[in-house]
Design a protein around this ligand. Structure first.
Ligand SMILES: Cc1ncc(COP(=O)(O)O)c(C=O)c1O
Length: 355
């Protein structure tokens, strides 16, 4: 797979205009009136004492969804992944993951910087998954020359692609046979669940710990829940404290997260249909190539023609369409704050700029 899972940095257009169609990421969603109402009415307590009923309800709900014993509410996907990694691995031990996976490339090197953990990056297949043969070959023998291979990190969805349960299972089975633990970065797991018509627990059973973000396509303002066995989650809760992530009356955020899980999962099919429609329309433009195979959930990856793309993309930005961009490679992400009208406006702006 050639593309990284995220295009940070520059973008076309101006974000703060009222008619902007912001396609940079599904993290840009804003809480709607019903979600704000749920937040306003949330029962709260001091979560560091375990007293916040809304946080407790959220953790129990997500642990149940994942078929796990326990869960802990973290501030972000990065903190959830890092709390899990620190709970699984000791200093000098090795984490194996896909070369473009978020834990290796987009979390500020936290597991090395703070955990002294060694990284091993494997090639990522066209579906975003790992080949079990590569996983097996990467696991180090018991030899003083090598770090102890301790953890395999999977990611689903990865770059908008949804791996099947069988694909996750194959990599996980090899790791478990060699007594590694498995962590699943399921930042967008509900997109995979929606696209493949499966259940979160079907994926989660192939991992010991699973991280689920509420602030991406699910539309909550903040937060990620890490689920797993009681002993690992108890340890991860301590790691979360170490990372400064223990919150007090966090029930206000947990209420938004619960609202998101109860109201914003099924509607993801709209985001996926919008992304598909956008991908197909952009692929018809002269000189624009779109990775149609990668458009399995809510993301569109497009490459603009070499000649004149800067000026043309500036015209798209002038029309209020905002995309994430790395040189002439674009990522456009559909989410609940992008309506089908917004998609049509996007298509029109690209047609006017690129024909
Ligand atoms: C796959 C994946 N994992 C983890 C994260 C980290 O989430 P956060 O930005 O909440 O730290 C992201 C963020 O986009 C992501 O795409």
């Amino acid at each position: 797979m050639s593309q990284a899972s995220a295009y940070p940095g520059s973008s076309s257009g101006t974000v703060n205009r009222p008619d902007a169609v912001d396609l940079r990421s599904d993290t840009v969603t804003r809480p709607d009136a019903d979600m704000r109402q749920a937040m306003a009415e949330a029962e709260v307590g001091d979560d560091v004492y375990g007293d916040d009923p809304s946080v407790n309800a959220l953790e129990a709900h997500v642990a149940g969804m994942m078929g796990k014993e326990a869960a802990v509410f973290c501030t972000s996907g990065t903190q959830s992944n890092l709390s899990a990694i620190l709970a699984h691995c000791q200093r000098g031990e090795e984490l194996i993951a896909g070369a473009g996976y978020h834990v290796l490339v987009a979390e500020a090197g936290g597991s090395s910087a703070l955990g002294g953990i060694v990284h091993c990056a494997l090639p990522v297949g066209d579906d975003g998954g790992l080949d079990p043969v590569d996983v097996e070959a990467a696991i180090k023998p018991d030899d003083v020359h090598y770090p102890v291979s301790r953890l395999l990190c999977l990611e689903n969805t990865m770059g908008g692609r949804a791996q099947t349960e069988a694909r996750l299972k194959a990599a996980s089975t090899v790791a478990r046979r060699h007594r590694l633990s498995v962590h699943l970065d399921g930042a967008r797991l509900m997109n995979a669940v929606t696209a493949l018509g499966t259940s979160p627990a079907d994926f989660a059973r192939h991992a010991d710990t699973v991280s689920l973000c509420l602030s991406k396509g699910l539309g909550a303002p903040c937060g990620t829940v890490l689920s797993g066995p009681v002993d690992i989650i108890t340890n991860a809760r301590r790691q979360r404290k170490l990372l400064g992530g223990s919150m007090r009356q966090a029930g206000i955020l947990a209420a938004a997260a619960l609202h998101a899980l109860n109201h914003n999962v099924e509607r993801m099919t709209e985001d996926h249909a919008n992304a598909r429609h956008l991908a197909e329309a952009l692929s018809n433009l002269p000189g624009v190539t779109v990775d149609l195979d990668a458009c399995q959930t809510n993301m569109v990856f497009a490459t603009l023609p070499e000649d004149g793309w800067q000026a043309a993309l500036a015209r798209v930005g002038d029309a209020g369409i905002i995309t994430a961009q790395h040189s002439r490679h674009l990522r456009l992400v559909c989410h609940k704050d992008v309506s089908s009208d917004g998609v049509e406006r996007t298509i029109k702006a690209f047609q006017q700029a690129f024909t």
